[in-house]
Design a protein around this ligand. Structure first.
Ligand code: FAD
Ligand code: UDP
Length: 368
């Protein structure tokens, strides 16, 4: 039988594709990666604008509790210690976020912690189970905080009313009654010096990579290149949307170079008001310090997903979960390996994508 030139064809050079390829290459397997964008790395890619390293697809802070994942990424870059702090801007005042004791003191305009906690606790009515995001946020935060901090932001971000959204989105946010103001609780956190491109370049060292190449423009040709296909794009597209389209949400990023050393005192400031079209402003210098006299900021505008933009977020509600299960069954029958945020249809952060790629590669390599 005619032998195919590669062991693995990997569709997509994001973190999943790059980590999977790295492991297989290390084990002596021949890998070819095809990537439809003009750069590798998917959404962790950094673009240098006016001499400043920027996060082209939104702020990326590395965080994990898993020492194995932390050691894995530290092989490829030096991580600058960085603890993420976010502020929310409401009527031009900044509040600590996610909601913690400092937020309550700021919101209730008092220095009295006991009073702030008493006021907060008198407004909440937590339950064991919730039907939707609105019900949970109202019960856990009370109407006032829900209305100002959550409702506007969430409905802009997802373009759905909060009572039609799953609680898993809200559960990403910690809620604290102490002074801990940091965004993430994880043991290991940081930003790679030089950006994520440093990591991606090393993962891909020695691996064949074709940029500006869309798998679907010549699917049968690419399938003939390798024994096994590893797919990291949208799973509904892989099967020609035969069970219906899965829902994703997109973003538009608007960059601006500002003639000032600093634009805002924090890397990320959120704007929950429904009257402001963007959800947050990022200032990249806070991730990648620089002495340049100017600074670069990015405004993030949520968008419906269409054929001209990128599917950044899977919308994981019950209907989409059901549809996804049908696609997954089909992928298993046809022996595709699926990985990453889009193909696994999971709201993964970077460490979870890396864990999935390492686990899947290790499982395959352990087979006799
Ligand atoms: P992707 O990065 O999407 O890579 C998939 C690749 O496949 C893409 O390059 C795509 O072009 C390519 N592709 C798709 N279809 C085809 C095709 N047909 N042919 C060829 N190529 C194709 N995580 C954190 O841990 N911390 C954060 O602070 C954080 N912030 C985030 C902020 C934003 C705005 C977003 C959107 C995500 C954030 N994440 C964060 C999540 C992180 O970006 C993802 O977990 C990770 O990048 C996903 O990697 P992936 O390989 O699964 O997917
Ligand atoms: N969220 C909010 N107000 C904020 C920030 C976040 O209501 O100021 C909600 C919103 O629904 C968002 C979710 O919390 O989609 C998760 O926030 P996260 O920061 O994890 O979103 P991501 O960084 O993945 O876009």
């Amino acid at each position: 039988m005619h032998q195919k030139p590669y062991d693995y064809l990997i569709v997509g050079s994001g973190l999943f594709g790059s980590v999977f390829a790295y492991k297989m290459h290390q084990a002596g397997k021949k890998c070819l990666i095809i990537e439809k964008r003009n750069h590798p790395g998917g959404n962790v890619h950094n673009q240098t604008i006016d001499g400043i390293i920027t996060h082209q697809y939104g702020a990326h802070i590395f965080h994990t509790n898993d020492e194995k994942i932390w050691q894995f990424v530290n092989q490829f870059a030096t991580f600058r210690p960085y603890r993420h702090q976010v502020k929310v801007s409401i009527n031009e005042k900044l509040y600590s976020f996610p909601i913690n004791l400092k937020t309550l003191l700021e919101w209730y305009q008092t220095d009295d912690e006991t009073l702030a906690l008493k006021t907060f606790n008198s407004q909440i009515s937590p339950k064991r189970q919730y039907q939707n995001l609105e019900e949970m946020a109202l019960a856990e935060l009370g109407e006032d905080l829900y209305k100002h901090f959550i409702k506007g932001y969430t409905e802009k971000q997802w373009n759905k009313p909060c009572n039609a959204l799953p609680i898993s989105i809200f559960k990403r946010l910690p809620l604290r009654q102490d002074h801990n103001e940091f965004y993430f609780d994880d043991k290991f956190q940081g930003i790679p010096e030089g950006g994520y491109n440093v990591i991606i370049d090393q993962l891909l060292n020695g691996i064949d990579l074709k940029l500006n190449t869309d798998f679907f423009e010549n699917k049968s040709h690419w399938e003939n290149q390798a024994e096994t296909i590893v797919y990291t794009g949208c799973i509904d597209q892989l099967f020609d949307y035969q069970f219906g389209k899965l829902d994703y949400r997109s973003l538009r990023f608007e960059n601006e170079t500002i003639a000032a050393k600093e634009f805002q005192p924090y890397s990320v400031i959120n704007y929950p008001s429904a009257d402001i079209a963007y959800t947050r402003i990022i200032e990249h210098k806070h991730f990648h310090p620089s002495n340049l006299p100017h600074t670069v900021i990015t405004k993030e505008f949520p968008q419906d997903y269409n054929s001209n933009n990128e599917p950044y977020y899977p919308i994981i509600d019950n209907e989409n979960k059901k549809r996804y299960a049908e696609y997954l069954g089909m992928a298993k029958e046809q022996n595709y390996i699926l990985g990453g945020r889009l193909a696994e249809f999971k709201y993964y952060d970077m460490h979870q994508v890396i864990a999935s790629a390492l686990n899947q590669a290790e499982q395959i390599l352990q087979k006799p």
